[in-house]
Design a protein. Structure first.
Length: 553
């Protein structure tokens, strides 16, 4: 049975009056009722169900006899939860109007709303929502950071669908995140494909939201000896959503990580609710999981985490390090800053219990990042955690014949200029310059270009040498060049491993050993390029007697 539309009058919201000119849609009861039950199930799955009285009324109507009264009742119940009312006209033009739901959000949290779609064209495409206020912070101009406070997450998993069904009326589910508290305005527009926006700005709506403040959960983070430390926290709500949301992060929280790093005494902002915490501190720690309930007075009592290890190699003089980390390029942003600062990378080093971190300045953002080179341990270091800036030859100079890692430099820039445009085109010339000042050097991500179709080690397959790994290494390793005292020293000190296929790396290294050359191998991450999940995924352990010292390491 079908229902003839009739106009609806006024809705009272926040002590103000908003005119809504929409009508109950002309739609068959049976598919609408089935759809309404799926919407109800999805809202419960997301942890934001209908009010108990509304859910009871919806179930009664959807499972009732139907007819015009049933159609009207289903829409009456669901429409009050609609932030937006969308009409797709017979020409597939999309128009948006403000719905009756109160525009209330929560700081650092998600709120879920419905969107009613009246589909006069029977469109079965995706319904897309966009907002300039929901653009990611990463690579945003600095002046736009304040405007990009919103995040939009349509729910399209089961029992919902990414696509419109073609039914004359249906409801979409969307969750909105607010970075800030207080009043914030957002422009939201919708479409069902290129060119479907309605004319005269009717496909967007300007909505003034009010975001309630969240709670600040203070953290106590202690190591296995009960001393204050720092750890990685991966925090998710009951719907699996990550906190703080990645799209709204700026350093030291990185947008390409699910985890954030927090030290003892620091905090994380969370809305009231239950959260699953996954806590760790590098590969030497045991991963812990815990459900934490955040209340209105969460700051009154800190949440304590006592970390546990399965091993601590530093107790026997073995100190971990990752010789290939970047503070700019790849997954890092270039706006609002050109990469991140030393203090931001130190947070990652501490949170992964990495004793030595080598931040390598390279092609991206070179002229900004070069300011952090001092020829010594960076001032953000605190023993036994050491951070130092050096160089990767990549994006300039000899990178086409193999990228080079240049550690323990006293001079950062090759003579003849003050940037990255004049470096030697052969690796050996760069190595001579670095070794003369006491550098420790070797090819980066050594396996690229050394592809072989076998797992045998060693093997005698001649690789194509068509990558950016150890291409020139087979020539350079045979050379002795002057060190800082003028005495001959090997041109290559090490080969980098772990971040490229191990057969490719180790085959080259084994053949080098069999020829009598004693090049070391060293684990690296090439963070956040080859590996971006965590610093120190590829790491080396170096034996030192007594106190850890970078130059000796």
């Amino acid at each position: 049975m079908r229902l003839t539309p009739f106009p609806i009058g006024l809705f009272l919201i926040n002590l103000g009056i908003m005119s809504c000119s929409y009508a109950w849609a002309d739609v068959d009861f049976q598919p609408l009722s089935s759809h309404a039950l799926r919407v109800n199930d999805a809202l419960k799955l997301l942890g934001e169900p209908l009010a108990p009285a509304d859910e009871q009324a919806l179930l009664q109507s959807a499972n009732g006899k139907g007819g015009p009264a049933g159609v009207a009742e289903i829409q009456r119940i669901l429409d009050k939860y609609c932030l937006l009312l969308v009409t797709i006209n017979p020409e597939s033009r999309v128009k948006l109007e403000r719905g009756p739901a109160q525009a209330e959000l929560v700081e650092q949290g998600w709120r879920t709303f419905l969107i009613r779609v009246t589909n006069q064209a029977g469109v079965t495409a995706r319904f897309n929502l966009r907002s300039p206020n929901a653009l990611p912070l990463a690579n945003s101009p600095e002046q736009q950071v304040v405007q990009r406070w919103l995040d939009i997450l349509p729910y399209t998993a089961q029992p919902m669908s990414p696509f419109l069904s073609g039914l004359e009326v249906e409801y979409r589910i969307v969750s909105l995140f607010s970075r800030d508290r207080g009043q914030r305005e957002a422009k939201i527009d919708g479409n069902v494909g290129q060119g479907t926006q309605d004319l005269g700005f009717r496909n967007d709506a300007d909505i003034l939201f009010t975001a309630k403040p969240c709670s600040e959960l203070k953290l106590e983070v202690r190591d296995e000896n009960g001393k204050p430390t720092e750890a990685a926290f991966e925090i998710r709500d009951s719907a699996g959503r990550v906190y703080p949301p990645q799209a709204k992060r700026l350093a030291p929280d990185l947008a390409f990580h699910p985890q954030v790093y927090r030290a003892d005494g620091e905090s994380v902002k969370l809305p009231v609710g239950d959260y699953k915490f996954k806590v760790s501190r590098g590969p030497e720690s045991l991963v812990q999981t815990r459900t934490v309930r955040v209340t209105d007075d969460a700051s009154a009592k800190p949440e304590r985490f006592d970390l546990k290890r399965w091993i601590d190699p530093s107790l026997t003089g073995w100190f971990s390090g990752d010789h290939h980390i970047h503070a700019a390029g790849c997954a890092h942003y270039s706006n609002p800053t050109e990469g991140v600062l030393a203090s931001d990378m130190m947070t990652n080093v501490l949170g992964e219990d990495l004793k030595v971190g080598c931040n390598l300045t390279w092609g991206p953002c070179f002229d900004f990042q070069k300011q952090f080179f001092t020829g010594a341990i960076d001032k953000v270091s605190h023993y036994p955690y050491l951070l130092r800036y050096d160089i990767e030859v990549s994006g300039f100079g000899s990178h086409q014949s193999g990228h080079l890692v240049l550690l323990r430099l006293k001079q950062e820039i090759y003579p003849g200029g003050d940037s990255d445009k004049h470096w030697p085109t052969l690796c050996l010339n760069t190595l001579k310059w670095a070794k003369a000042q006491g550098g420790v050097v070797g090819p980066a991500h050594s396996g690229w270009g050394l592809d072989s179709k076998t797992k045998d080690l060693p093997n005698y397959v001649v690789p194509p040498y068509d990558g950016i790994g150890a291409d020139e290494y087979v020539v350079d390793v045979t050379h002795m060049i002057p060190g800082p005292d003028g005495k001959p020293t090997p041109a290559d000190d090490f080969m980098s491993t772990v971040d490229t296929p191990y057969v490719w790396e180790l085959n080259m290294w084994y053949h080098t050993l069999n020829c009598g050359y004693r090049t070391r191998i060293s684990g690296e991450t090439d963070f956040p390029c080859i590996y971006g999940e965590r610093v120190g995924m590829g790491r080396s352990y170096v034996k030192q007697d007594g106190k850890l010292d970078f130059d000796e390491w």
